[in-house]
Design a protein around this ligand. Structure first.
Ligand code: APR
Length: 255
C-alpha cells in the first residue's frame, strides 16, 4: 500500500486521460543533485546570481566567467543520474494514449530516463553553438587559460545552446508546447517556481482549455492558485507513488 493518499478524482482523471501533458522545472532534477535556479547557491558560486550569469550581457562582457559557470554545471549534469521522478514520468508516458513532456530543464535527464516525447523549451546544456551565427560546434580547440572558446567556423565566442534570460524561446518548441496544453486532459506541473515566462503561462492555457491541473512542489508558487490538486511533496516521492496508485498492476518494478 502507498504511504500517500491521493484524491480519487485525480486517479480517475489520470486513468481516463487521452492526453497527459507535464511541465517540469529545475525541482525535478534537485533530487539528482542539480541545484535549482532560485535556491541559494552554495560553495564556489555562492556570490553569483544565476540570472546574471545566464545572460547575453554576461557572455559579451565576461565570457570566461560564463564558461566557467557552465563548465561547472555541465560537469554536475554529466555526473547526475535520473531520479525516481524522471523514471516515473518515462513510465507514465507508456500508460496513456498521448503524452507530452515539456521541460524547462536543459540537463537531458528526462531523455536519459527513457522519456520519448520531450519538448525542451530552454535548450540543452550539452550542445555548444556560437554566439554570432548559431553554428553547431562539436569540437573546438581549448583556448588559453581563462578565455572562452571560439567558433572554428566564424571565430565568434561559443556558448551552450540554452536560452539566456531575455532571449526568445526556440519557436518550434514553444509552438509544440502551446498546442499540447490546449488538448491536455490532465496537466502535471512539477518542480517549477512559475516565475519565468512564457513557460509559466502554459498551465493557465491548459486550464482555460479544460485540463485538470496538478501541482507537484514542496512549496507554494504563483501557479498553486490555478491547480485543481496540489501535492506538497518532492517529485521523486510523489510521482512514483502517484503512478503506483493510478495503475497498481502495471507499475514497473524498478520504480
Ligand atoms: N520536487 C519538486 N519540486 C521541487 C523540489 C523537488 N524535490 N525541490 C525544489 N522544488 C521546487 C522549488 O520549490 C521551486 O518551486 O522547484 C522549483 C524550482 O524553481 P526554479 O529554481 O525557479 O526553477 P524553474 O522554475 O525551472 O526556473 C525556470 O528559470 O533560471 C531560469 O531558464 C532557467 O529553466 C529555468 C527557468
Amino acid at each position: 500500500m502507498s504511504e500517500f493518499e491521493f484524491p480519487s478524482d485525480l486517479l480517475h482523471r489520470l486513468r481516463e486521460a487521452h492526453h497527459v501533458v507535464v511541465l517540469t522545472g529545475a525541482g525535478i532534477s534537485a533530487e539528482s543533485g542539480i541545484p535549482t535556479f532560485r535556491e541559494a547557491q552554495t560553495g564556489l558560486w555562492a556570490r553569483y546570481d544565476p540570472q546574471e550569469l545566464a545572460s547575453p550581457q554576461a557572455l559579451a562582457h565576461h565570457p570566461e566567467l560564463v564558461w566557467q559557470w557552465y563548465a561547472w554545471r555541465r560537469d554536475l549534469v554529466r555526473r547526475a543520474q535520473p531520479n525516481p521522478g524522471h523514471l516515473a514520468l518515462a513510465a507514465l508516458e507508456k500508460m496513456v494514449p498521448r503524452f507530452t513532456l515539456i521541460t524547462q530543464n536543459v540537463d537531458g535527464l528526462h531523455q536519459r530516463a527513457g522519456s520519448q516525447e520531450v519538448v525542451e523549451l530552454h535548450g540543452n546544456i550539452m550542445r555548444t553553438v556560437c554566439a554570432a551565427n548559431r553554428h553547431l560546434v562539436t569540437e573546438w580547440a581549448s583556448p588559453p587559460e581563462g578565455e572562452a572558446p571560439r567558433c572554428p567556423i566564424c571565430g565568434s565566442v561559443l556558448r551552450p545552446d540554452v536560452v539566456f534570460f531575455g532571449e526568445p524561446l526556440p519557436p518550434q518548441a514553444l509552438q509544440t508546447a502551446t498546442a499540447a496544453v490546449q488538448t491536455a486532459d490532465v496537466m502535471l506541473v512539477v518542480g517549477t517556481s512559475g516565475a519565468v515566462y512564457p513557460a509559466a503561462a502554459l498551465p493557465e492555457i491548459a486550464k482555460t482549455h479544460g485540463a485538470y491541473v496538478v501541482e507537484i512542489n514542496p512549496l507554494p508558487t504563483p501557479l498553486s492558485s490555478l491547480a485543481d490538486v496540489i501535492l506538497r511533496l518532492p517529485a521523486g516521492k510523489a510521482l512514483p507513488a502517484l503512478l503506483a496508485a493510478a495503475w497498481p498492476e502495471h507499475t514497473p518494478e524498478r520504480l
